[in-house]
Each structure stands twice: as structure tokens, then as C-alpha cells.
Design a binder for this molecule. Structure first.
Ligand SMILES: NC(=O)c1ccc[n+]([C@@H]2O[C@H](COP(=O)([O-])OP(=O)(O)OC[C@H]3O[C@@H](n4cnc5c(N)ncnc54)[C@H](OP(=O)(O)O)[C@@H]3O)[C@@H](O)[C@H]2O)c1
Length: 283
């Protein structure tokens, strides 16, 4: 079994480690990739192809794990060359996924979505999949993956992911802003204790992780929110009568991540106090 990765970032490097241990041959291409990606791929000891087209030709399962903004471009680039099954795991709207998967000429496509953070949850992270080739993709469960096929219809997995993203990113945006305000007022510790007393166990840890990740992955999250907004726009055209009234929270979340991604660029995850200090200095 040969599994190819288009893009070799957090998703590909995490999954490829497990695949290799299970005896799966893992491939990627480093043509035109950044130094960061090249170092990651070398550290993982992954096999390399000279370009994405060759990668598409040799892979039994080709997984697109690029960035949301590149999902269509990369599908267009390899579309004619895919021989096996093409799986898109990018956080993109069902409409964008339809456009990307439409370029895969053999039609063996899977719409998939990673539910949760892969770094934190590892191989057991839940992956939902839909489309008529989703069952074949789920054969990777024999190597320890946790793929759940939810529908034979393309688009259902991305739809579920968009709904989840609008919720999780909305909560992260609200926590970031509330804690930032509390920090500026010298009440951050008391604020955390106050929330912890009524919220669920593990609340502090998950809040700090959400705040740091909101800043560290701001660019990617902003792109993901663009996709959520696109999804809502597409849906509104079909079903909703008054989009503006119904969806103000989700739109505000999109604006929040766009703002943060323009303000902050981090090479490593700082603690929240350092993060807020650097944020304050840029305001
Ligand atoms: N990380 C997660 O836990 C998670 C969870 C759910 C969904 N996702 C989705 O999964 C996808 C990948 O996420 P990630 O966290 O692995 O992202 P990442 O760490 O930012 O890595 C993205 C990778 O894609 C490469 N890339 C960009 N454009 C490309 C192109 N045209 N051709 C080939 N490679 C290209 C990047 O290379 P360069 O360094 O050269 O730019 C980098 O290696 C995203 O769409 C994200 O929304 C991620």
C-alpha cells in the first residue's frame, strides 16, 4: 500500500509516522516547498517524488492536506494523473470541495474531514468521510486510523466540519477576547478561576490551548473561517431568507480571525501572557 501526501505539514507528518510504523509506504513531493516542510519531511524519513504529478501516479491513496486556500489549485494540478483514490481532508466548504474534486478525472474521490486537532489526538483523531469511495478509504482503519463513513454522498463530511468549525472557532474567539480584556484589567487569574468553578473539568487547559492556537494558527484558521462563510453564503442562497439577522456570530468570528492573522505571526507558541503583551504592543 502506497499512501501519498500532497502537502507535508502537521497532518501529513503526524499520520505518516503511524503509517510507517504499520508498514505502509509513505510518499510526498518537496518540489516548491518551504524549508520548514522540507525539514519536517526529512525528519520523518518519508519517500519523495520529484513532483506532485508523479506522486499522484504512484499513490494508491493520495491525501490532500495542503492549506484551505490551496486545495483547489493542487487538485487542478494533479487531476489528470491520479490513479488511485483521492482524499481531500482540507478544511474547505462543500462547494470548494466539489470544485476541487471535480478536477480528479478518474472520479475516485473522497470528501473527508478531521474532527479535532491531529497533534493532540494522534492516530485516534476522528476522520469523517463521505462519497462512494469512502468505504475504500476507511480500509486505512486496519493501520489504526479512526475513519467513520457517514454518507455515500460527497459533501456531507465537509458540511459536518463547517458546522463544527463555526462552533469551535466562535468559542475560541470569545475566550481570546474575554481573557485578553481580563488580562488588561489585571483580572485574568480571577477570571479563569471564576469560569473554572462553573465550567467542565479541564476547562483551564482547553481555554489556554484555544487561545494559543488561535494566534499560532491564525492564518490557517482565518482561511478556514473564509470557507465557513462561503458555506453559509451558498446555503443561504438556497434556504435562508434573512442571512444577516441569523448569522452575525459566525460572521464576527470570521472577522476576528482575519484581524488576528493580520496582527500576529508566531514561530512558536508563547504562553498567553507573552502573547497578550505582544498583541498589545501591536495595537
Ligand atoms: N492540523 C490539524 O489538526 C487539522 C485538523 C483538521 C483539518 N486540518 C486541515 O488539513 C489541512 C492541512 O493542515 P496542516 O495542519 O497539516 O497544515 P500545515 O501544517 O500548515 O501544512 C500545510 C502543508 O501544505 C503545503 N502546501 C501548501 N500549498 C501546497 C501545494 N500547492 N502543493 C503541495 N503542498 C502545499 C505546505 O508547504 P509549505 O510549507 O511549502 O507552504 C505545508 O507543507 C488544512 O487544510 C487544514 O485546514 C488540519
Amino acid at each position: 500500500m502506497k499512501v501519498g501526501f500532497l502537502g507535508f505539514g502537521e497532518v501529513a507528518s503526524t499520520l505518516s509516522g503511524w503509517f510507517k510504523d504499520a508498514g505502509v509506504e509513505v510518499y510526498t513531493s518537496l518540489e516548491n516547498r518551504s524549508v520548514k516542510t522540507q525539514v519536517l519531511a526529512e525528519d520523518c524519513g518519508v519517500n519523495t517524488c520529484k513532483d506532485n504529478k508523479t506522486l499522484a501516479e504512484i499513490s494508491d491513496i493520495l491525501i490532500s492536506a495542503v492549506t484551505p486556500a490551496e486545495a483547489v489549485n493542487v487538485a487542478r494540478e494533479v487531476g489528470k494523473h491520479v490513479k488511485g483514490i483521492y482524499v481531500d481532508v482540507n478544511n474547505i466548504s462543500p462547494g470548494t470541495a466539489k470544485e476541487a474534486l471535480g478536477y480528479i478525472e478518474n472520479g475516485k474521490t473522497v470528501d473527508a474531514a478531521i474532527i479535532g486537532g491531529i497533534k493532540k489526538e494522534g492516530i485516534q483523531v476522528q476522520i469523517v468521510a463521505s462519497g462512494s469511495y469512502a468505504e475504500q478509504f476507511s480500509s486505512l482503519n486496519q493501520y489504526g486510523l479512526n475513519i467513520k463513513v457517514i454518507s455515500p454522498d460527497l459533501g456531507k463530511a465537509k458540511t459536518l466540519k463547517m458546522l463544527r468549525s463555526s462552533y469551535t472557532k466562535g468559542v475560541s474567539a470569545l475566550l481570546f477576547e474575554s481573557l485578553y480584556l481580563a488580562y488588561q484589567m489585571g483580572l485574568d487569574e480571577e477570571f479563569m478561576k471564576c469560569l473554572e468553578s462553573t465550567e467542565c473539568p479541564g476547562f483551564r487547559e482547553s481555554t489556554l490551548s484555544r487561545v494559543k492556537n488561535s494566534a499560532y494558527h491564525a492564518e490557517r484558521k482565518s482561511q478556514e473561517m473564509e470557507e465557513v462563510l462561503k458555506f453559509i453564503e451558498d446555503y443561504s442562497k438556497l434556504e435562508l431568507t434573512d442571512e444577516d439577522e441569523c448569522l452575525s456570530m459566525i460572521k464576527a468570528t470570521g472577522e476576528f480571525f482575519k484581524y488576528i492573522s493580520n496582527k500576529i505571526e508566531l514561530d512558536e507558541k508563547p504562553n498567553y501572557k507573552e502573547l497578550f503583551e505582544s498583541f498589545k504592543s501591536k495595537n
